[in-house]
Design a protein around this ligand. Structure first.
Ligand SMILES: Nc1ncnc2c1ncn2[C@@H]1O[C@H](COP(=O)(O)OP(=O)(O)OP(=O)(O)O)[C@@H](O)[C@H]1O
Ligand SMILES: [Mg+2]
Length: 520
C-alpha cells in the first residue's frame, strides 16, 4: 500500500470508528427500551443499516426445544416468511458460525460454497460478516450477520464492531428468554391453581344425597347455565357460601373473577365505596382512585353475603345496579356499566322483613328471581354419615395423618340437632380429631367434645338412627355393644338379649369397655 493510500485508509478508519461509536450508542438506547424481543432485534438491525453501513442484517436465534436456528429478525423481508426458515447447527454459513462459535468474514459471499441463500437476502457480490451471539464462554445462542456496503479493506474492524453488538444482544436475548420462562411458569401456576380451585368447588365436593340436597344440586346446575340473580337462603352453616362458589365455578363465568363481600361487616359509607369504588379525593382518606368490587367482578360473579343486613338507604343504591347494571364511583360522575352475575345470601327471613318494612319489597323481588333454600342439617340427618366421612377426610388432609370415624360415633352425631349445621359438625369433628390420639374418631372422642350434653333436646327432633347389623364382622366389640344398647333404647337387659348375653355379662362389658351409659 502506498503512503497516500495508507493515509487514505487511516482517514476511512477514523470515520468508521466515529460512525460505529454513534451506532453503538443508538444500539444501547434500543436495548434499554423494554419491548418485545422481536421489536428490539428489528430496531437494532435498523440502526446497523442506517448508522453503521451494515446492510441486510439478520439475527437467528437457537430454538432450545428443537436445537434449530430460527430467524428472529431481518432487516428486510416479512416476518411470516422468515419464520419458516430454519437452519440446523452446522448447516450453511449461519449454521457453521453457531456450531464453531467463531466470527466468519467473507469478502464475496458468492464465492462461499457453504452459502445457501435460503433467505434470498444477500447481494452475492458483497462481503458478508457473521458473528456468534453468546454470553461469556457459553455455547452460542444465535448468530448476527450483515453485509457491509462495500469491501473497503476494513472488514476486520467491521467484524469487531459486529461482535460488540452481538455481545450486547446476547444479554438482552438471555434476559428475554428468562422472562419468558418465568412468565410461562407463572401462567402454568395460575392455570393449575385455577383448576384446583375449580375442582374444589365441583359439585362432587358438596356432600348430600337427601331429597332436599338433590333438589339443591339440580337448582345449582340449572342456574349455573344462566346469568340470573340467585338468592341463597338457609340457616347459618348450611353451606350458602359453598353453594355460591359452586354456582360460579360451574358456570360459563368460571374463568372470570369471583368477588365476595360480606355486607354485614361494613357501615353504609364504607360499604358504598367498597362496592362501587371511589374517585381520588371523594372523601378524607381517598388518596387515589379505587375500583369497587362490582368493577373487579366484571365478567364474573359478585357474592353479596348477609344481604339481609343492609340499611334502607343502601338497599336503594343496590336496587339500581341490579336493575340497570349501572353505578357511579363515590365522588364520580361517570356512569360505569358492568357485566356481573349477582349471587346473594342471607339467613334472615326476608319475607318477614319486607312485611315489617325493614327490607324493600322491590329489592326483594329483584334478588329473589331464583331462590335456593339450603335445608337445615337436622332436616336431613341421612346426610350426616356421608358428610362426617367427607369432613374427616378433609381434616385428615389438613392434619397430614390418616383419620377415620367409627359407626358408633356417626350414630351419635345423627342424634344431635346441629343448630350450627354443617359448620358446627365440622368444628365438632375437628375437636374430636384433636382428641383422638390413634386417629380413629370414636364415641369417646365425640363425647370429649361436649356434644353429649346437648343431646337430649336433639333426640326429640330427629328420626332414630338406622339399625346396625349386630353380626357385622366389621364391628369391634365396643361398637357392637353400643349398637345393641342404642337399638334397645339403652335398656341394658334388652341389649343383653339382642347380643345373647346375660344382664351381668353386658354390665361387665359396659364397665370394661368404658361405655358411658346415657340416662334418660
Ligand atoms: N353439603 C356440604 N358438603 C360439604 N361441606 C359443606 C356442606 N355444607 C357446608 N359445608 C362446609 O361447612 C362450612 C360452612 O359452610 P358455609 O360457610 O358455606 O355456610 P354458610 O351457610 O355460608 O354459613 P353462614 O350463614 O354462617 O355464613 C364450610 O366449611 C363448608 O365447606
Ligand atoms: Mg356464609
Amino acid at each position: 500500500m502506498s503512503s497516500s493510500a495508507l493515509r487514505e485508509n487511516g482517514g476511512q478508519r477514523a470515520d468508521l470508528v466515529e460512525m460505529q461509536l454513534d451506532a453503538l450508542y443508538q444500539v444501547s438506547q434500543v436495548l434499554s427500551r423494554s419491548a418485545d424481543l422481536h421489536e428490539i432485534l428489528s430496531d437494532v438491525l435498523h440502526v446497523l443499516h442506517e448508522a453503521a453501513d451494515m446492510q441486510r442484517g439478520m439475527v437467528s436465534l437457537l430454538d432450545p426445544s428443537s436445537g434449530e436456528l430460527m430467524v428472529g429478525a431481518a432487516h428486510t423481508g416479512h416476518r411470516e416468511q422468515l419464520e419458516k426458515v430454519r437452519y440446523r447447527p452446522g448447516e450453511g454459513v449461519v449454521g457453521a458460525i453457531l456450531k464453531e462459535g467463531d466470527t466468519l468474514v467473507i469478502r464475496r459471499i458468492a464465492d462461499e460454497p457453504r452459502f445457501l441463500d435460503r433467505l434470498r437476502l444477500y447481494v452475492p457480490e458483497l462481503p458478508f460478516i457473521g458473528v456468534p451471539i453468546q454470553v461469556g464462554d457459553e455455547a452460542p445462542i444465535g448468530v448476527l450477520a450483515a453485509q457491509p456496503a462495500a469491501d473497503d479493506g476494513l472488514l476486520t474492524e467491521r467484524a469487531r464492531f459486529l461482535e460488540m453488538v452481538a455481545n450486547l444482544l446476547a444479554q438482552t436475548v438471555r434476559r428475554a428468554w428468562d422472562l419468558e420462562k418465568e412468565r410461562q411458569a407463572l401462567t402454568d401456576e395460575r392455570d393449575r391453581l385455577r383448576r384446583e380451585v375449580r375442582s374444589g368447588y365441583h359439585l362432587d365436593n358438596v356432600v348430600g344425597h337427601s331429597r332436599e340436597m338433590r333438589r339443591v344440586f339440580e337448582q345449582v346446575r340449572q342456574v349455573a347455565k344462566w346469568h340470573t340473580t340467585v338468592l341463597i337462603r338457609g340457616e347459618t352453616g348450611t353451606g350458602k357460601e359453598l353453594i355460591a362458589n359452586a354456582i360460579h365455578y360451574n358456570s360459563s363465568r368460571a374463568n372470570g373473577p369471583f368477588i365476595k363481600l360480606n355486607c354485614a361487616a361494613l357501615p353504609d359509607n364504607l360499604l358504598e365505596s367498597e362496592l362501587f369504588g371511589h374517585e381520588k379525593g371523594a372523601f378524607t382518606g381517598a388518596v387515589a382512585q379505587r375500583k369497587g368490587r362490582f368493577e373487579q367482578a366484571d365478567g364474573g360473579t359478585i357474592f353479596l353475603d348477609e344481604i339481609g343486613e343492609i340499611s334502607q338507604a343502601f338497599q336503594a343504591k343496590l336496587l339500581r345496579v341490579l336493575q340497570e347494571g349501572e353505578f357511579e364511583r363515590v365522588g364520580g360522575t361517570r356512569t360505569l356499566k358492568v357485566d356481573v352475575r349477582v349471587v346473594a345470601a342471607t339467613n334472615r327471613n326476608l319475607e318477614d322483613e319486607v312485611e315489617q318494612g325493614e327490607f324493600r319489597e322491590d329489592l326483594y323481588y329483584r334478588l329473589n328471581v331464583m331462590p335456593i333454600f339450603l335445608p337445615a342439617l337436622r332436616k336431613r340427618t341421612e346426610d350426616i354419615p356421608d358428610l362426617a366421612r367427607f369432613l374427616v377426610g378433609k381434616l385428615a388432609r389438613a392434619q397430614g395423618r390418616p383419620l377415620d370415624i367409627t359407626d358408633g360415633a356417626i350414630r351419635t352425631l345423627m342424634r344431635h340437632d346441629w343448630p350450627g349445621n354443617v359448620r358446627e359438625l365440622e368444628n365438632c369433628l375437628e375437636r374430636a380429631a384433636i382428641m383422638s390420639e390413634t386417629g380413629s374418631i370414636d364415641l369417646d372422642a365425640i363425647q370429649l367434645t361436649g356434644l353429649e350434653e346437648k343431646l337430649p333436646s336433639a333426640r326429640k327432633a330427629v328420626a332414630p338412627p338406622p339399625e346396625t347389623d349386630l353380626d357385622d364382622p366389621e364391628l369391634d366389640e365396643r361398637e357392637r355393644v353400643i349398637a345393641a344398647l342404642e337399638q334397645a333404647g339403652w335398656v341394658q337387659a334388652k341389649a343383653a338379649r339382642l347380643l345373647g348375653m346375660t344382664p351381668r355379662q353386658i354390665a361387665y362389658r359396659i364397665q370394661t369397655l368404658k361405655i358411658r351409659v346415657k340416662q334418660f
